[in-house]
Ligand binder design. Structure first.
Ligand code: B4P
Length: 193
């Protein structure tokens, strides 16, 4: 089973590379940002609650995110593996995924559990390159002020996950500041299939 978690700051290429790898590895690309944007566009209850956090570049509260992710991971296509893009983004979310992966391993039994490959990848890109990329993309939350706030939130809340996964010997670091194909090649080598 292929399970990939993408860490990395906003604009590091998580979404771009997840879409490519999803095709190559034939597992679903699960982006919490994309799911949230669909909820906002459809004006669901969750979308209405999440919108102001997203517009300001803050993380959407965990109590809204965890249920949403659990529902998505319960769907049948996610039973054969997944690529998580933009989740986890803080230690509470990482602890949630960890217990979910352990439960899946236990359900599969010890024989198959050995084949269970979780890869956590940190895409590294300097802040000034991220700002340039996101300004060029120009999504609703890509104004310079919001980008700078998202980077601050990333450094404060998401960056500690680098230590979380390196303590567990589950972290690979990939240079995301290279042309797209070179990043994809490096990711293919880093992923435990
Ligand atoms: P996300 O949708 O996850 O947005 P992101 O981190 O900005 O995007 P990403 O990193 O995927 O962008 P990509 O590199 O593909 O989150 C948006 C908001 O949703 C958050 O601020 C938060 O409010 C909320 N949210 C989401 N998940 C949450 C969670 N788990 N908990 C709480 N809140 C959550 O693309 C960036 C640009 O770079 C593109 O234009 C791309 O073409 C370009 N690019 C990519 N790779 C490149 C390369 N190698 N060279 C040149 N350009 C490249």
């Amino acid at each position: 089973m292929v399970q990939v978690i993408f860490l990395g700051p906003p604009g590091s290429g998580k979404g771009t590379q997840s879409a490519r790898l999803s095709e190559l590895l034939a597992v679903p690309h699960i982006s919490t940002g994309d799911i949230l944007r669909t909820h906002v566009a459809q004006q669901t209850d969750l979308g209405q609650k999440a919108r102001r956090f997203m517009d300001q570049g803050d993380l959407v509260p965990d109590q809204l995110i965890l249920n949403m992710v659990q529902e998505r991971l319960d769907q049948s296509d996610a039973q054969k593996g997944w690529i998580l893009d933009g989740f986890p983004r803080n230690v509470t979310q990482a602890t949630f995924v960890e217990s979910l992966v352990q439960r899946q391993k236990a359900e599969q039994g010890s024989e198959n559990a050995d084949a269970n490959g979780l890869s956590t990848i940190n895409l590294e890109v300097p802040d000034e390159v991220l700002i340039e990329r996101l300004l060029a993309r120009g999504r609703a939350d890509d104004s310079e002020e919001t980008i700078r706030h998202r980077l601050q939130v990333y450094h404060e809340q998401t960056e500690p996950l680098i230590q979380f996964y390196s303590d567990r010997n589950q972290l690979s670091v990939v240079n995301g500041n290279l042309p797209l194909d070179q990043v994809t090649d490096a990711l293919k080598k880093a992923i435990v299939a």
